[in-house]
Write a protein that binds this ligand. Structure first.
Ligand SMILES: [Zn+2]
Length: 271
């Protein structure tokens, strides 16, 4: 009897490359082909160092929005690797070679991504979601949804951002959330001010504190964890509504008003 041929199965690994003070440039790589993709390379130097150290070949760059800490490394990377750059149609990023709009798909290293437009932090913000990755769905959401928080509203309005966050909250609960900053402890301190009686939040705070004490990332998060503990995904919960009303000292008429209130509160919150 013939032995079955064993085909190596590609496993996509996802690792953070630290940049600036608290950015994560996510690097996806296939450990058989040694191909790699990076998401939001704000700085080329740590990316090149990581690729060289692991002998990886960059095959594409993915961009979520135009802010410089997400795009500043594109020119240097493209000069060295000559790879396509996928990202939103935006007046602010002229290096994008393949524009992605709502529902556009992208197949790369065996992963099929779908584009979600998630305006609010910026108007051009997109997120990339892959349902069939090893170990469950994955989401790259830049500065829209953070672990325990959400991005500031630099360009959009509260209704727009709430709609974008709701779209992400509707993804599969086991989706791993790869956001672009290590803001988790500060976000959870604010979440605790909003919902001091949330038991899931208390557990998350101790878990995240332990990870940071060991110098480890608190990411990825999951959609289920965010729904349970992130106040910006909980604007319909009684406890959050009551705290928003108390903070604003008026009647928050709907979820958008609740969201606007806690987003404004967070903007001025210090730990
Ligand atoms: Zn940003």
């Amino acid at each position: 009897m013939l032995e079955p041929t064993t085909q190596p199965i590609a496993m996509i690994q996802i690792i953070p490359i630290s940049a600036f003070d608290d950015n994560y440039i996510w690097c996806l790589y296939d450990d058989i082909s040694q191909q790699a993709v990076v998401v939001d390379p704000g700085d080329a130097k740590p990316v090149i160092a990581a690729l060289d150290a692991m002998q990886l070949d960059l095959v594409a760059i993915l961009i979520t929005h135009h802010h410089f800490d997400h795009t500043g490394g594109i020119d240097e990377l493209v000069a060295q690797y000559k790879v396509p750059v996928y990202g939103p149609r935006s007046d602010h990023i002229d290096q994008i070679t393949h524009h992605l709009a709502e529902s556009d798909t992208l197949s790369i290293m065996g992963l099929d991504f779908i584009t979600l437009e998630v305006p609010g932090h910026t108007l051009d913000h997109i997120a990339l979601y892959c349902e069939q990755a090893d170990g469950g769905p994955i989401l790259f959401c830049g500065d829209t949804l953070f672990a325990g928080g959400c991005g500031r509203l630099f360009e959009g309005n509260p209704a727009m951002m709430l709609s974008s966050l709701t779209k992400l909250a509707e993804l599969s609960a086991d989706t791993r959330v790869y956001c672009a900053h290590e803001y988790t402890l500060a976000n959870l301190a604010f979440a605790n001010a909003v919902e001091p009686d949330n038991q899931a939040l208390q557990q998350r705070i101790s878990q995240a504190t332990g990870l940071r004490q060991q110098g480890l990332p608190t990411l990825p998060s999951t959609i289920a964890t965010e729904i349970a503990t992130n106040p910006f995904l909980r604007c319909h919960q009684t406890a959050v509504i009551d705290r928003a009303k108390q903070h604003r000292q008026d009647d928050c008429a709907d979820s958008t008003a609740v969201f606007a209130t806690i987003r404004g509160w967070k903007d001025n919150f210090s730990v």
